[in-house]
Design a protein around this ligand. Sequence first.
Ligand SMILES: C[S@@+](CC[C@H](N)C(=O)[O-])C[C@H]1O[C@@H](n2cnc3c(N)ncnc32)[C@H](O)[C@@H]1O
Length: 235
Amino acid sequence: MEGHYFSTSQSAPSSPFEIRAKARGRELCLISDRGVFSAERLDRGTRLLLDSMELAEGARVLDVGCGYGALGIFAGLDGAGEVLMVDVNPRAVGLAWLNAQRHGLADSTLAVVADGTGALARQWADLCLLNPPIRAGREVVASLIHGGAQCLRPRGRLALVARTSQGVRSLARVMADVLDEVGTVAKGGGFRVVEGTARVSEGPEDRRGNPCANERPDAGPHMGERPFGTPGIGR
Ligand SMILES: C[S@@+](CC[C@H](N)C(=O)[O-])C[C@H]1O[C@@H](n2cnc3c(N)ncnc32)[C@H](O)[C@@H]1O
């Protein structure tokens, strides 16, 4: 699909600009562009998710559907040890990577173009942040929730934000299919943040140091290597 913020290609010519993004008691200057989600200003749901985010020092954070990277970048500045940002929209991923670099987070951040989380390692993240692409449809959103949950370490948490009027309660039920202790942790302005905790898996714990692993333990790229050869996306 072309032209939506969740498209793999954008018809609107690129024309980057700066926006101010306020959350968690700080204000950041982020680079945005046409053809990405909430291009002109930080989304209110994103801000609610950020303001309610509990982050342990050194945590591994997965920002699924990162857009221009607001969630991952605030997390990186607030003590996350490693941040992995993924989005299906290459323009968004380019911005997320640029914003990470501009905030001194290049050494602890990866930004990757990916459709969902299928190419990522299971049991890697302590915290998965998701402001889902409601307009992409329920199937896509459900697959991002399921995929995000699979990327969590045991006891890791997935935090999702959505508008109450856009079915956040039914998304909470989707979360409850794959996560424990699902409940609302914040609400305001017509949005709700719902969190759930990873079930302790009975399978083998795989490839903890590698957020982009494939089937064989030695097949995927590692933090510190360039995961995909796409120019402008990295690290
Ligand atoms: C509502 S926006 C949130 C963007 C950003 N996290 C924020 O809060 O500003 C959802 C994002 O999910 C991305 N997305 C949609 N479908 C996706 C998929 N299948 N895999 C990865 N990302 C996807 C969209 O391109 C979009 O950037």
